[in-house]
Every structure is written in structure tokens, then in C-alpha cells.
Write a protein that binds this ligand. Sequence first.
Ligand code: UDX
Length: 437
Amino acid sequence: MIGGGYVGLVSGACFAEFGTDVTIVERDESKLSALRDGRIPIFEPGLDAIVASNVQAGRLTFTHDLTNAITDADAVFIAVGTPTRRGDGHADLTYVYAATREIALAAQKDLLVVTKSTVPVGTGREVANILKETRPDLSFDVASNPEFLREGNAIGDFMRPDRVIIGINSDTQDNGARAKELMGRLYQPLSLIEAPIVFTDLETAELTKYAANAFLAMKVTFINEMSDLCEKVGANIHDVARGMGLDQRIGKRFLNPGPGYGGSCFPKDTRALSAIAQDAAVPARLVDTTVLINEQRKHDMAERIIARSGGDVHGKTIAVLGLTFKPDTDDMREAASLPIIQTLHEQGAILRVFDPEGMEAARPLLPQNVIYCSDALDAAQDADTLVVLTEWNMFRALDPERLKHTMRGDVVVDLRNIWDPRIMRGSGFNYSSVGRP
Ligand code: UDX
């Protein structure tokens, strides 16, 4: 497994749990030594236990030495980063192709090379070309096996997936038979739970990943728009979502309104899909629009907080509960909190923030004089307005009466609908949420 980041670590540990011997190659020395000491550099429930038990069992090891790691390997997974390239929205494939070349140079026998990172359509084909050109003496198989892991739920998603997508390069002597057999064996434990394994060609697997993420991003964006409309016409978004979602063609999940989607996947993958479609001269207009609406929404949410606070937040204290892009993660990438807090800061607000896991990652990204608090009540101390940006469970359990006495003002803007409007108003709050009367 090349890359000990989020995808590599979770996939590597889970394959080891399935009984496969896994070596994770990580070049960052500090990350590597942390992993070797049993310290997991990311927050992911259950990951530390699964890493520890597989290290103990001798099925999971860590190294910086790619050549050694692949000497006896049957398959090599590439799980390196594919950040958005500056300027054109495309995924930056520098790391993927560099890893491919290294694998080719180090290989000592025929090998299956699998892309696990989310990569644009055509990358698997290019990986196959690089391998062939670099080592014409060997015969490489290539597969694309995109991951569908949600942060905070990654182990469960790997162990009990809705499906596994495997694209195989059939442009080989055996029409991809050897690759298919080996990939099938790796995922064999999933046959117990009858998880569907979909075998396709490389391009289809690559596009499936983008299409799935863009569709989910669009679903969230759609419900956010409906939620704005609910507010204007006096309807309730949760009932609308339930009524829609019970139609099995629509489905109940991913219909929760909020301040706009964030994270390491939706924003990056929607932008990349837009760019891929643009290049193919088949513009993906729904996806383009989703990207624009979601970016605008984060700014609109800041304006909403200012409006609810009386139109001016200069010198006012605003408490922010939740910074990460969603709960059960410490990930701050593309979190709605970033542009929202930036705008409130520019408008002269004093910001008291709390997040159970994300504060360390947030520090370098937020304005310097933001005040980091020890818990939710500490953040609420003497606040004029309190804002909920991430739906951590611990916030649901806060006692409204205590919260009220802790704050100076009474304005609560709950952008994740974690509280009951009647209870909050009953406790004397000037409470508003999203998409509810
Ligand atoms: C996502 C995909 O779900 C996963 O399959 C893929 O492999 C990686 O990207 P992740 O980024 O971990 O996973 O988070 P996800 O749970 O999908 O949430 C993404 C964003 O959408 C978050 O900001 C979340 O708050 C938001 N969201 C999600 C909503 O606002 N409402 C919803 O109903 C669901």
C-alpha cells in the first residue's frame, strides 16, 4: 500500500483484518515513526484498535522502503494524495505517476498495480502505459478500485460496503483474468455479507467514483435549496425530506440541510468532474452549478448569522460550536466554518470557538485572534450569539437553561438543526434553524 494517509491506512488495516499481509509505504518520517509506535495520525473511530491488533498479529507493517515492500508483493495499491491542481480544478496526479514509476523500477516480477486514490478518467490507462514503457521486460496488470469511505465511518464502510467497484485493464494477454482473480480473492471475505462486487473496465470504475460523489453533493445541495424555500413558504424541510426519501427511488439519506458540504472529497471531486467534463466537451452543468451554489451558501450563512444578530456584529461576541466539516472527524478541509468565521471576523466580531477534535487543525486556518475554548459552555460565556456549525452529539445534550444563563444575549443560529425549536424558544432563546418554521 503506497501511502499511509487516510485511504491507505484505512484500506491497509482493513485488508490486513481480512487476513492479507499488508506493508504500508510512508515517506513522511514523522508519520512513519508515529505509525510504528502505534500512534494513528488521524482521528477515525476504531482505526487504532484494528491497526494495533494487526500489527501484533504480524499482518500489518510500515516502512519507507518501497523497493523492499514490493519484493514479495502480489499486488501494489497506490493510495497517494490527488489534491486539486491550482488554476484548472483538475486533480494533481504528480504523486500517482511518481509512485507508478517507482513501482516499475523496483518490480522484480509481474505485478498487479491498483489505483485506490480518486483519479480522473484515463489515469489507470496512463499508469499501464508508464509501467509498460518503464519495464518492457515485465507484464503488469492494472486495476482501478476507488474507495467510498466516509470519514468517521471508514472501517464500517470498508467492512460492510454497499458495493465494491473494480475496474480491470483487459488489454493484456489473458484479458485481465489474472487481475480479476486476484482482486476477487482480496475482497473474498465480503462474500459472507453478500456485498456486490462490480467488475468493469478502468474508465468506468474511475468515472463511477466521481459520479457517485457528485450525485451525493448534488443531493445535499438540492435539500439546502429546498430548505431555503421552506423558510420562505412556512414548510418544514425534515418532513419534506422524509416524504421525498420514503420514495425508494430517492432514498432517505443525504437529505439533511446544513451550511454547505465540505471535506476532502465532495468539493475536490465535484470540481474535478466539472473539469473532466469540460475537457471532454460535454459540460456537466448540474455539477458546475452544484459547485457554485455550495460555495455561495457558505457566504450566505455568514450573512444570515449577521442578520440574526441584528445586522451588525462589530464588537459582539459570537460563540461557534463545531468547526470540522462534519462530526466524528478532526478534518477541517473545506469546512463551512472557515469562510463563515473569516467573514464574521472581518465584520469585527469576537469569536469564541469550540470543537471536540478539530481545534488543532483549525488553528493555522482561522484568524489569529479567534479564542479557542475548553468546552461548549466555555465558548458560550458572555456570547451575544451562539452558532452551531457541526452536529457533534455532545452539543445535543447541552442543557438549554444553563446555556441561556451562560450567554449574554439570546440569539441562537443552529445551522444543523440539532435542537428542538419549541424547547429552545421555551428557554427564552431567539432561536432559528434551517428550513423549519
Ligand atoms: C464522502 C462520501 O460520502 C464517501 O463515499 C467518499 O468516499 C468520500 O466523500 P466524507 O467526505 O467523509 O465522505 O463525508 P460525508 O459524510 O459524505 O459528508 C460530506 C459533507 O456533506 C459534509 O460536510 C456533511 O456535513 C455534508 N452533508 C452530508 C450534509 O450537509 N447533509 C447530508 O445530509 C449529508
